[in-house]
Design a protein around this ligand. Structure first.
Ligand code: PGA
Length: 251
């Protein structure tokens, strides 16, 4: 059994003082944090200081995006090797905001995923349907197509021990969440798809997160469902008082 994985996605929020304040609060929870895997995905400019700032805290950190290219004349981009160099363990790939606002499609996301994996970062692949797709009953078709784009490039060895986050787009930042049955059915389908593609042992090494309007009052219910191995948290991860109850619900 894995420890549950809790990932904070700060998006384009916070300054270095906010990170220091969060880490000072997390320090008080060190014994709880030993029982889970916690990763802070802070804005890229702050990643270089995470090793120093997080001192001996049992946490890891990650980026919210990376380039699909290894190096070269790509102004403004950040490579997987650079993220490794500043101690990142994880990188979010294919978040719906990247897909929606920056035109990332399934093929591009798959290339980024592979670039991360080749540098031994653990990619957190975000999949999820938009509201109109949800209403048309297309959820499974959409999330499995997003996953298949990566599976087409990845061997079972590449895919082992990576992370998939199911984040319905309509649940992100809206206060809306799917029912427990909807989350169960998507996560069961993702697990079954991995077993079909690879095998049961490989499938079990992949952690399946739920994300989208996770809060203190729904975390215990959603994050303890079968095949839910943790959560990806946006808005509620920005303040200790709203973040801590979420990971404490998992202990
Ligand atoms: P939210 O965001 O928790 O604010 O809904 C989740 C995410 O975008 O990863």
């Amino acid at each position: 059994m894995h420890k549950k994985l809790v990932v904070a996605n700060w998006k384009m929020n916070g300054l270095s003082a906010d990170i220091s304040a969060m880490l000072a609060c997390l320090q008080k929870d060190a014994s709880i944090l030993n029982q889970i895997d916690l990763c802070l995905c802070v804005p890229a400019v702050f990643l270089n200081s995470m090793a120093f700032l997080s001192k001996k805290l049992p946490i890891s950190w990650g980026a919210q995006n990376l380039s699909d290219k290894a190096e070269g004349a790509f102004t403004g981009e950040i490579s997987a090797a650079m993220l490794c160099d500043v101690g990142c363990r994880y990188v979010i790939v294919g978040h719906s905001e990247r897909r929606q606002y920056y035109g990332e499609n399934n093929q591009w996301v798959a290339k980024k995923w592979l670039a991360a994996r080749q540098s031994r970062l653990t990619p957190i692949l975000c999949v999820g349907e938009r509201l109109e797709e949800h209403e048309k009953g297309e959820t499974l078709a959409v999330v499995l197509a997003q996953l298949d784009a990566v599976l087409n490039l990845a061997s079972s060895q590449d895919f082992a021990a990576t992370v998939i986050a199911y984040e319905p787009v309509w649940a992100i930042g809206t206060g809306l969440t799917p029912t427990t049955n909807e989350v169960l059915s998507v996560h069961t389908a993702l697990r079954a798809h991995l077993i079909k593609q690879y095998d049961s042992a490989t499938s079990q090494t992949v952690r399946l997160l739920y994300g989208g309007s996770l809060k203190a009052d729904n975390a215990a219910q959603l994050l303890t469902l079968a095949n839910v191995d943790g959560g990806l948290i946006g808005g509620a991860s920005l303040q200790y008082d709203t973040f801590a109850p979420i990971y404490k619900a998992l202990i």
